[in-house]
Design a protein around this ligand. Structure first.
Ligand code: SAM
Length: 215
């Protein structure tokens, strides 16, 4: 996914009306940023943003924040936003590494967290970098609303097994539902919006895994 050195991407991100800068000063002010009290849903590692933009189109009463580490990827989402016939007022983006996410949202400020096709970090010594590791679950615990939930999709069986174990061995988190074949699970697949990676991997025949967790 990472596209290196796209000329002008940093400048375009700096100037975009859709990108929130100085994100570490924004904790507690997200409802003011959107100008309403609607729930706030975030996607961490949103890539080019197809999934989150479709959610934003379908659900004008929910605010969406997309988080992406790389400028060279975020710029693709911004290009898509420019193609929208009617600007979407309920979505914005942050370019940041989610390692620092607890600085960006206040306690209970976020109502849902989406993780889609997160980087697997296959080496054991990198396990804490996985976005479903205990380290990240502890971070999410600090800003997710009490009745908020986490939804995770992947085609990576090892990462999915790891994620189930992290949730099941956590004192705070509870597994609500899971499937290893989302597209053939009528109840979990209802209303499913495909991400870019989901389209790519399911077209190759890979089954898609999904879990939903809460506290
Ligand atoms: N969610 C998209 C999808 O399903 O099509 C993109 C999946 S892609 C494999 C993973 C994305 O997560 C990449 O764009 C990567 O740059 C981003 N990412 C990985 N680690 C991240 C982190 N710690 N903070 C923010 N973004 C991250």
């Amino acid at each position: 996914m990472r596209l290196r050195n796209i000329p002008g991407s940093r400048e375009a991100i700096a100037e975009s009306q859709y990108v929130i800068h100085e994100e570490e000063t924004r904790a507690g002010s997200w409802h003011e940023i959107f100008g309403n009290d609607h729930p706030i849903y975030i996607e961490i590692g949103m890539g080019k943003g197809q999934f989150l933009m479709e959610l934003a189109r379908r659900n004008p009463d929910i605010n969406y924040v997309g988080i992406e580490k790389y400028s060279s990827v975020l710029i693709r989402a911004l290009e898509k936003m420019e193609e929208e016939e009617t600007p979407l007022p309920n979505i914005c983006f942050i370019r940041m590494d989610a390692e620092d996410i607890v600085k960006v949202f206040a306690k209970h400020e976020v109502d849902r967290i989406y993780l889609n096709f997160s980087d697997p970090w296959p080496k054991d010594r990198h396990a804490r970098r996985r976005l479903t590791s205990h380290e990240f679950l502890d971070r999410y615990d600090q800003f997710l609303a009490a009745d908020g939930r986490l939804e995770f999709k992947t085609d990576n069986q090892d990462l999915f097994t790891f994620s189930l174990e992290e949730i099941e061995t956590s004192d705070r988190w509870h597994l609500n539902a899971s499937t290893r074949d989302l597209h053939h699970d009528p109840s979990m697949n209802e209303g499913n919006i495909m991400t870019e990676y989901e389209e790519k991997f399911s077209s190759k025949g890979n089954p898609i895994c999904k879990l939903i967790a809460s506290r």
